[in-house]
Design a protein around this ligand. Structure first.
Ligand code: PMP
Length: 385
């Protein structure tokens, strides 16, 4: 099987597996215990925090790293934590219609509790204009949440420009960025950005599942979603998974260090996949103005995503339809619908996502499989719905 669904998850790096096993064996203490067993684990935890801060380009004086169970939790904490922590009466959020479900549903839930949310529509290419985000600001806006890279289409959002203009317009509005698909693939310099809250997930960059982090800029007040002990700066109660966190920190460091080379390599492989998709008349490439190097998205109007996905699976190629978190729904993609696609297009999206271990030969085999799938399926176009 060839795994071309690396935006959903990535193979854990062998060094990370080794590190996790070593820490599990040698450091079984609870980092909150005050005896030596606890202190030894706490030292590893704090060192991991420093490693992660460096990987994000954020010096310790800029803010804090809060370890979570993944980016879903980081996004929930950023959004609900910020709104519930607000004491100045600001109860409005600006976000986009194409955010990951962990952002989107957090906003929806806050609406049930009386908060107000504006969901900005993207352009037809899947990018969001800074003007539309800025235009949605109100006097009572507390937070803007825009993802760096869309997990379905790969569209890169102008979070740098949004941050600069947002702070000029109203410095009291917080900016949250879901950086899950951007981190390790696109340049990031948190120190010089205007981002207040930034979420990432270890398993998207060859780390373990179940570990994520939230960068919280100095001075930003959040309410914890999990109450209990004072772990994680009082923002996330519960005994930390020291071994997995140390492994995740290693994965984040490797992802940051290898970023320029990875970005170049993935970009080259992406260009090969794109030229293959373009060769087939029935396939419609989704072409955002700026794209992440690891994602290719196309639609096969007339055929449901699942049919194409399973045909490729029979040919040993794993790809995805919508994001993994939405994959089990039959509905048209929320993201593609927001981009203005009709039902026929929005139910036929396919995402191919590339990773570190892919070679040109793998991409050649994928291209062949794609060609075979298209010729197998073309006679059924329009009849399968
Ligand atoms: N945001 C984006 C953009 C994602 O792609 C994902 C993973 N599907 C998440 C958030 C959630 O991350 P996790 O799996 O760590 O909860």
């Amino acid at each position: 099987m060839f795994n071309f669904d690396q935006a959903a998850s990535t193979p854990v790096h062998p060094d990370v597996i080794r590190t996790i096993a070593e820490v599990m064996q040698a450091r079984s203490g609870n980092p909150s215990s005050i005896h030596r067993g606890g202190r030894d684990a706490a030292v590893l935890l704090e060192r991991s925090r420093e490693v992660c801060a460096a990987a994000l380009g954020a010096p310790p004086e800029d803010g804090r790293i809060v370890f979570t169970s993944g980016a879903t939790e980081s996004n929930n904490l950023a959004i609900k934590g910020a709104l519930l922590g607000r004491t100045d009466g600001r109860r409005h959020i600006v976000t986009t219609m194409i955010e990951h479900s962990s952002v989107y549903e957090s906003c929806r839930q806050l609406e049930d509790f009386g908060f107000e949310v504006t969901y900005v529509r993207p352009r037809t290419d899947g990018t969001v204009s800074p003007e539309s985000v800025l235009g949605a600001l109100r006097g009572d806006t507390a937070l803007v949440s825009v993802m760096h890279v869309n997990n379905e289409t790969g569209a890169v959002q102008p979070v740098g420009e949004i941050g600069r203009r947002l702070k000029e317009a109203d410095a009291r509005v917080l900016l949250h960025v879901d950086g899950v698909q951007g981190f390790g693939r696109l340049p990031l310099d948190l120190a010089r950005s205007r981002i207040d809250l930034y979420s990432v997930s270890a398993h998207k960059v060859r780390g373990p599942k179940g570990v994520g982090l939230l960068f919280v800029r100095r001075g930003v007040r959040l309410i914890p979603l999990l109450s209990g002990g004072s772990q994680e700066h009082g923002l996330r109660a519960g005994t930390e998974n020291t071994a997995a966190i140390v492994g995740a920190a290693k994965a984040f460091r490797l992802a940051a260090e290898g970023r320029p080379e990875r970005g170049r390599r993935l970009g080259e492989l992406r260009a090969l996949v794109v030229s293959e998709v373009r060769r087939h008349e029935g396939l419609k490439l989704t072409e955002p103005a700026e794209t992440a190097p690891h994602i290719v998205h196309f639609t096969f109007p007339g055929l449901k995503s699942e049919v194409v996905l399973h045909t490729l699976e029979e040919l040993n190629m794993l790809v995805s339809a919508q994001s993994a978190c939405a994959a089990k729904t039959e509905k048209p993609s929320r993201v593609l619908t927001a981009m203005g696609m009709d039902r026929e297009h929005a139910t036929s999206g396919i995402r191919i996502s590339l990773g570190d271990l892919h070679t040109e030969e793998d991409v050649r085999l994928l291209s062949e499989a794609l060609g075979r799938a298209v010729s197998r399926l073309a006679p059924f176009e329009g009849r399968k719905r």
